[in-house]
Design a protein. Structure first.
Lengths: 143, 112
């Protein structure tokens, strides 16, 4: 799920700390924002905007964290909406609902583990590229 | 300024700045006139660790931003209850960097 290609330069200590903070903050925002799925996305977006003048390494990892949150956001919103429609509306628990919820729980756990792993590795100054989000980030963040 | 004084300053106040800034600060202090040393000591540098604690405790009321002198942002944070909590969380991770950045600006004002 993750790769360790070399970055275009070796990041400094302070860059590694800031880049790691982008992942760490999204993890904490998820924990505090539950069950609302939008808190972590907004928090990561604000963090990216605050660091838009930072170095390439920092911006790159902020964008990767933002993309991963942006990807899980529609799935989580759908899950929350579906659950609320069952609790307060006329919908009933169906096999489709259980399958969907299982999928997003597994996806969120995988994303959570990958985020924690990326936070640990970037803090050590290692560059971590996720499957799908890494190449997308390269397209969006230029050196 | 004497090398001994500069080294003493960096030993006691080094944590108020980013690590990569220290060599440049050292060079600037060595070239600085001795008469500015008192002004340098009186510069109101903010401790990043204290700022972080204030941010965790009173971040949702904008106290951390008031502490750093960002009054406008502090009022905005106060009125929005720390951006409905989201801005407060983000600031836990940004505020130490902001404190170090402000300290560098204050040092530059003393030096030039």
């Amino acid at each position: 799920m993750t790769e360790h290609p070399s970055f275009s330069y070796t990041p400094n200590e302070y860059e590694a700390e800031k880049a790691s903070n982008s992942y760490l903050m999204s993890v904490i925002a998820v924990m505090i924002g539950l069950p609302l799925p939008v808190i972590n996305l907004i928090a990561t977006a604000i963090f990216f905007i605050a660091n838009k003048r930072a170095t390439h390494f920092v911006r790159w990892h902020c964008m990767q964290a933002l993309l991963s949150q942006g990807f899980t956001f529609p799935m989580n919103v759908t899950g929350v909406y579906w659950t609320l429609s069952i609790v307060f509306g006329a919908n009933i628990i169906s096999n489709n609902y259980i399958a969907y919820m299982t999928t997003i729980v597994v996806f969120n756990i995988a994303e959570f583990i990958a985020t924690v792993y990326a936070a640990v590795q970037t803090r050590k100054g290692n560059h971590v590229e996720w499957w799908l989000f890494g190449p997308l980030t390269h397209l969006l963040i230029k050196a | 300024m004497e090398q001994q004084k500069v080294d003493m300053f960096l030993m006691t106040q080094g944590k108020y700045f980013e690590g990569y800034q220290l060599p440049a600060i050292r060079d600037q202090l060595l070239k600085m006139d001795d008469s500015k040393f008192i002004m340098l000591q009186a510069a109101n540098l903010k401790d990043p660790t204290t700022t972080l604690i204030i941010s965790i405790v009173g971040g949702s009321l904008g106290i951390d931003r008031f502490f750093l002198g960002d009054t406008g942002l502090g009022i905005a944070k106060l009125l929005t209850c720390g951006g409905i909590g989201i801005w407060a969380i983000v600031d836990w991770f940004l505020i130490q960097g902001r404190a170090r950045e402000l300290n560098m600006e204050r040092l530059q004002r003393v030096l030039f």
